[in-house]
Design a binder for this molecule. Structure first.
Ligand code: SAM
Length: 264
């Protein structure tokens, strides 16, 4: 508790209560270096809600593997997915053991939802965990969630290969819900990355083109509510948001490059 974690600092950005002073200090430093970081976190959560709702209602997917799920907050994946169908199943995975402790305290774990403490880079451990095996049928389409996650993974751990390693185990029609912090300002990205890395293990902010590597070879969903906008990743705050046109490269220092891609 004397050192910040990414899960707790993100909770602090979201205005949650499951954090300590070092986490709040890191969140405040990120906001100071990158004004708008707090709004970015909130917009990302709102994107997650719209995206899970789309997957459950429009794609009809019944099972969700939410990697790097974070601490429980207002609208969690299982609440959104199970609003569409109470039988939808959710496996949360996070490296921070506090996620499991808080999920248990909130009684998130039940017949249809479980929480695993694991490093997502250890794909075999996640896939072979008894919770995953109980709730995820690898012969049926799965919604893989990597939301605001892969910038936590350094280049040497090949973050984008992880997408293929997980999706490779699932059938066509499986979906990826994805967001990644992007910037077109390499110097700003470097400074912010170094500040976060000085406090906790982290990857880096990447260019929008780098972020797009995650969805190569997949069918992107149109980011406009009416489905007419060209399929591409966009600022999370404009993805299928009623009354808003999707914006691919916003006029911001950083944003979450976001979307849903379906395995062909
Ligand atoms: N996905 C949630 C969201 O978008 O609201 C939380 C995003 S938070 C920025 C990133 C989360 O990924 C944190 O909870 C952190 O603990 C988790 N994380 C980072 N590296 C991880 C790893 N190697 N394995 C599993 N979880 C990881």
């Amino acid at each position: 508790m004397s050192k910040p974690t990414i899960a707790r600092a993100y909770d602090a950005l979201l205005g949650g209560k499951d954090n300590f002073e070092p986490d709040r200090d890191l969140a405040a430093a990120a906001e100071e270096l990158n004004p708008g970081m707090t709004v970015l976190a909130q917009d990302n959560r709102a994107f997650l809600t719209r995206a899970v709702s789309y997957v459950a209602n429009e794609l009809g997917i019944e099972q969700y593997l939410d990697l790097g799920s974070g601490l429980p907050t207002a609208e969690n994946t299982h609440q959104v997915a199970q609003r569409s169908s109470p039988q939808n199943r959710v496996v949360y995975v996070d490296i921070d053991p506090m996620v499991l402790a808080h999920a248990r305290a909130l009684m998130v774990e039940n017949d249809t939802t479980t929480v695993i403490t694991a490093d997502l880079r250890d794909v075999e451990t996640v896939m072979n965990d008894p919770g995953t095996r109980r709730l995820i049928d690898p012969d049926q389409p799965v919604c893989l969630m990597m939301v605001s996650l892969l910038h936590c993974i350094p280049d040497e751990d090949r973050p984008f290969d992880l997408v293929q390693r997980y999706l490779g185990a699932f059938p066509s029609g499986s979906a990826l819900v994805y967001s990644h912090i992007a910037s077109n300002d390499a110097e700003h990205a470097r400074i912010l990355t170094e500040r976060v890395r000085s406090a906790a293990p982290w990857g880096r902010i990447r260019s929008p083109e780098e972020c797009e590597t995650a969805v190569a070879g997949m069918d992107l969903v149109s980011p406009s509510v009416d489905g007419t906008a060209p399929a591409r990743l966009v600022d999370c705050d404009t993805w299928r948001k009623p009354g808003t046109d999707p914006v691919e490269i916003p006029d911001k220092l950083t944003w979450e490059h976001s979307g849903i891609a379906v395995k062909p």
